[in-house]
Ligand binder design. Sequence first.
Ligand SMILES: [Zn+2]
Length: 464
Amino acid sequence: MRRYRLLCCVGFAAAVGRYSEAQAPQDPTAALLVDLIRVNTSNPPGNEGAIAELLAPRFRALGFEVDIIPTPAPGKAHLIARLKGNGSKRPVLLAAHADVVGVEREKWTVDPFAGVVSNGYVFGRGAIDFKGGMAVFARAVMLLAERKVPLARDVIFLAEADEEGALPYSTSWLANGYWPKIDCEFALNEGGWIIKRPNGRVQYVSISTADKIPIGIVLTAHGTSTHSSMPRPDNAIFSLARALARLSEHETDVKLTPSTRQFFLTLAKTTDGAMAEHFRNLTSDDPELVRRADRAISSDPLLHAIMRNTIAPVLINGGFRGNVIPGSAEATVNVRLIPGTDPADVLREIQRVVADSTVDVRLLASPAAPVPVSSDTTALYRALEHEARVQFPGAEVTSYLFQAGTDAGAWRSRGVPVYGIYPYPIDAEDLKRMHGNDERVSIESLRQGTEMIYRTLVAIAGRR
Ligand SMILES: [Zn+2]
């Protein structure tokens, strides 16, 4: 085992030497991304303060006001860099999380923290999620300063801590303590996608205007606690297993928001053959057509998720020794709600499906206040939509419901519209690697994304 590890390390070192030195990327966004990847911010612990230290002098040199906000956790900090405008309009914010998820190092073919450049791609943990986005956002705002673009509003860049998971010093913590530093008219964040076809052309650009809302539901089965040599019919573990089996066979109804409706109609326009028909039928009033479309479309787990509330058991707990039947057994179910869904309705739905009075179904915590969906009529949304069309001629642009959660809630919950985008064209193969192995983003995609975001900023923050 140890020898295997050692060999891996030698392999990584060779890869670093071969690619990074010989082919240091000329593109400034790719070069910045390489630097960001080389700071290992796997969370826990995150160590996002090191990203703040890396970026602070670069922003200061360009005339940004820079604040590093330390958190109570050692090494964990947020960075706020503000480029001042004349104040005639309210600020625009670009937010990017600095932490990344960990890696299964032995499954990578390159060192995930070396910033390896190969074949026109930058490889490394966070290349897509979201150090690539951080590099694009940072370079776009730096370009405003380098080109001395006169600004009507402040442009704020934020490198945040604690996004990857429900963590204590996230943007919610930052917003509670430092709101005046990140208050803005609207903001950009991670979220939607620029999806590339196999031929390299962009199929569509989706801009997220809302995230699905996660809630926890706990199922607790009760039975007689007794000696395992004399089993009874009311075994709590069997009851829990039956409840989960019923849930596994249950499918929630299709529930489209205005965003997802627009998204599926966009897919219909940019897809050929029978699937185009299914995408169109999903938005129809005929329940049978919707059912058939749902079945066909749901083979894609992402599309399945954005058109319904999803139910996924994630934790299970029961029993404490080998010769005791426990008096209870518990499963935690992660439910992702379509915005506008009342959690109490889903709770009742699960109770109805479980249909067992010995199994309690309850919310893990009281649900947070509903977060408003961001309007797709603001100047920022319109500018990004326009620049996406300019950057990727022929591509459709649509609003989108992000299937997971992001750190946008800190702003959206305070009424600030947030628009999510992973600002670089990616294909299905790239997408599969996000949070997986050999994560990568193409240098050409980074270049295109930086141009698009820069022009969006000039459009909404530049003085005419
Ligand atoms: Zn992310």
